[in-house]
Design a protein around this ligand. Structure first.
Ligand code: ADP
Ligand code: ZN
Length: 730
């Protein structure tokens, strides 16, 4: 027998190895093996078996690690598809599928010593024992215990236990300790709610696909608060009743204890969680618990799409429009699209849920590729919040430049404080001021390594680059002309915080953005305090826009809606609408109706107007027209090639040559744009150029690309990133 092995060293190939007869029973697809590789040994995974090989002399597999496969046939198939579709080496795709906590050597279960009594420990012989030994034996009569617990509880050393072991009174054994992130958390079990007619209809669309056995995708379009989560919960229950398991993907940023709790309190310990804040050990144990059937519901971020659920019946992708589902390093996969593909391979149902679906998914639903289920109203009969647009141009005329709060917003905030209701202020930019400008010579503080200006952070008096993270002390005078009259322009969350504190000295104000939440517990603490009403005003970046449920929030203020509109990206309008709709959805989730005030310099922009009316379908219709005309997604696929290097000359040269070769190699319906500097022209000291390709068929771009790249060797100081279905065009 021959085994095809992917070796965990970066080489885009499978290698044939001979399977020695004594290993034949153990070698199966998906098992981990050790193989001789060059002059060393390497570990790898068996991805296929064959009777023959075209290679004359094969080396034998040295050993099989573990007794069960790490990868199912379908997960291997999924990895192969990813490698092909996203132009990434196979073993890189395998690495994405199998978490590091599992792959790494030395990854194993944690064990500890347990002590239990033997037959010999008869009470009538107790007088033969020392005082300490007797206390230990008495404690063990209640049942076996970990050695560490005995030592702690009874204040003894290991010596009396060893002595008892020598006498034959006790036995010691190693037992596994599970590192479970949810263990010990108190939960209040919840029962399924009676569904609204719209929810029932949506659930039926999903269960029909679960029962049909052939899978299928349902786009669940439901406004914020419409009860999508209840539909997920009941669809999961349906899956479990049929003996299947489920995966629920949530954007990392929305994976709060609040979210996990909703699943945990419905299904208890059958829920496993997977996200980046777990320890390596917890991830290892959760993975094994899932593979071995100890948990059949997985709630997790992006990479949980690869969870080894044995009989997968359902995949839910919540907030499916979220750009964070796209992995920004190779393999640059979209977890949403991988979920759809996995659903096809496993023949299981897939639900994509959102209040503001991506145009891609909307298009697929319109064209009949996905089923569409709609929840047009809030589940609890609460009204959608009223959205008011404030024209900042008029406000500037009234108050002069630099006012952060319009009079409308200020008045609304004052009212909330008076009524003891809560306010959320949203601005998608952290820091204090975005630009440090010298009014005399025009000097702007820029990052030396990136083509952006630095942001002033007042908390520690630094200038920071948000691209590379470098910081330096804020200057006291202009570095160019030595004039001390610096001007800070542009507003960040810190400035909003300072302004709010000045206007309302008595208010309790908190800020949440990447600067304060480098640690998970800070994030949980700030949200906890807001939830329990100890904060009046919460200021934050998009972190506050996701899936949070605060019943006492009756006002949401968007400080500056135009930020995302000015991004050099054809999705700017879509992103702005999505962000505004998500933020607005935070208001009025309790007894009192909510109000949203959106401040903007472009009040008549389509995205802003659509957000005011909260009319997603109308926005899509309009946006689709624009996309169709320019042949952008969803009417085409996009491949973005980014070349990076320290020498601008060489990067430009390579990008131009690559674009020319590609243009000559592709079929006529593929558009290859000319090489041009990326919008972010320099980052971390490296120059960046882009080549964009567009076509209806991805394969029509990736096939010629792979061929071209195999003949076109880039110099070692120019790196290339291939991004299929790119979302970030910076
Ligand atoms: P979404 O996930 O669409 O944002 P949620 O699932 O958070 O919506 O639901 C919003 C609120 O409505 C929650 O408090 C939830 O408990 C409640 N809810 C959902 N479905 C129902 C229902 N059928 N009957 C009563 N309340 C419901
Ligand atoms: Zn920088």
């Amino acid at each position: 027998m021959i085994a095809k092995v992917i070796v965990d060293i970066a080489l885009d190939r499978e290698f044939d190895y001979a399977v020695p007869p004594e290993l034949e029973p153990a070698v199966r697809v998906g098992v981990r093996v050790h193989v001789p590789f060059g002059r060393r040994y390497a570990s790898g995974y068996v991805v296929g078996l064959a009777a023959h090989s075209s290679h004359p002399r094969l080396r034998p597999i040295a050993a099989v690690a573990g007794d069960r496969p790490y990868l199912s046939d379908r997960l291997i198939e999924l990895a192969r598809w990813m490698s092909e579709y996203y132009c990434a080496p196979v073993e890189q795709a395998i690495r994405a599928v199998l978490p590091g906590a599992i792959r790494r050597r030395g990854a194993r279960f944690k064990t500890c010593a347990w002590v239990r009594l033997t037959e010999a420990a008869r009470p009538e012989r107790d007088d033969k024992l020392s005082d300490r030994q007797r206390r230990i034996v008495e404690r063990l009569r209640a049942g076996p215990a970990p050695l560490a617990d005995l030592r702690r509880e009874l204040g003894v050393s290991a010596a009396p236990v060893r002595a008892l072991q020598k006498k034959g009174w006790v036995e010691l054994a190693e037992r596994t300790v599970e590192r479970a992130p949810l263990a010990g958390r108190e939960i209040l079990r919840t029962e399924p709610l009676t569904l609204t007619p719209a929810q029932a209809q949506a659930l039926a669309a999903v269960t029909q696909r679960i029962d049909g056995g052939n899978g299928g995708v349902v786009l669940l379009y439901g406004v914020t608060g419409s009860g999508k989560t209840e539909v997920y919960l009941q669809a999961i229950r349906h899956t479990l009743a049929r003996g299947g398991g489920a995966i629920v993907l949530v954007p990392e940023i929305a994976l709060t204890p609040q979210t996990v709790e909703r699943f945990h309190s419905r299904f208890g310990n059958r829920v496993a969680v997977l996200h980046s804040h777990l320890s390596e050990g917890e991830r290892h144990d959760e993975w094994h618990r899932i593979r071995d059937g100890g948990a059949d519901i997985v709630v997790g971020a992006r990479s949980a799409v690869f969870a080894p659920v044995p009989r997968l019946g359902l995949i839910v992708v919540d907030e499916e429009h979220e750009p964070t589902y796209k992995q920004e390093e190779a393999p640059r996969y979209s977890a949403r699209d991988v979920a759809v593909m996995r659903g096809r391979l496993e023949r299981c149902a897939v639900v994509l849920g959102s209040a503001t679906p991506s145009l891609e998914s909307w298009h697929n639903a319109r064209s009949g590729k996905y089923a569409l289920a709609c929840l047009p109203e809030r589940a609890d009969n609460r009204r959608m919040p009223a959205v008011r647009i404030v024209d900042l141009r008029l406000e500037t005329e009234r108050q002069g430049r630099g006012a952060i709060f319009s009079r409308e917003l200020l008045e609304a905030m004052r009212l909330r404080l008076e009524r003891r209701e809560q306010t959320i202020l949203f601005l998608n930019r952290r820091g204090y001021a975005t630009t440090l400008l010298c009014p005399r010579c025009g000097h702007v503080a820029r990052c030396d390594h990136c083509s952006v200006s630095c942001t002033y952070h007042r908390t520690d008096e630094t200038m920071r680059c948000h691209i590379c993270g470098r910081s330096r002390p804020a200057p006291v005078r202009c570095p160019q002309c030595q004039d001390p009259a610096f001007k800070f322009t542009g507003v960040g969350t810190q400035k909003v915080e300072a302004a709010a504190a000045k206007c309302f000295p008595q208010a309790r104000i908190a800020r949440i953005d990447a600067d304060v939440t480098t640690r998970r517990d800070a994030y949980d603490r700030i949200f906890g305090e807001f939830r329990s009403g100890r904060t009046d005003i919460l200021i934050g970046t998009q972190m506050i826009a996701k899936g949070l449920h605060f019943p006492n929030v009756t006002l949401v203020g968007v400080i500056y809606a135009d930020l995302s509109l000015h991004l050099p990206d054809f999705r700017a309008g879509e992103r702005t609408f999505q962000l505004l709709a998500q933020v607005a959805g935070r208001a009025g989730r309790g007894e009192v109706a909510g109000e949203v005030i959106v401040q903007t310099y472009t009040p008549f922009h389509a995205a802003v107007q659509a957000a005011r009316r909260q009319d997603y379908p109308a926005f899509c219709d309009q946006e689709e027209e624009f996309r169709r005309e320019l042949n952008y997604p969803p009417f085409s696929h996009l491949v973005c090639l980014t070349l990076r290097g320290a020498s601008e000359e060489r990067v430009r040269y390579c990008a131009t040559a690559l674009a020319q070769r590609l243009a000559a190699a592709v079929r006529p319906d593929v558009t290859v744009a000319e090489a041009s500097p990326a919008p972010l022209a320099r980052a971390k000291g490296l120059y960046r150029y882009q080549v964009l390709m567009r076509c209806r068929s991805t394969r029509a771009m990736t096939e010629p690309l792979k061929q071209t790249l195999s003949a076109f060797k880039l110099p070692s100081d120019v790196a290339l990133a291939v991004d299929v279905d790119a979302l970030n065009l910076l």
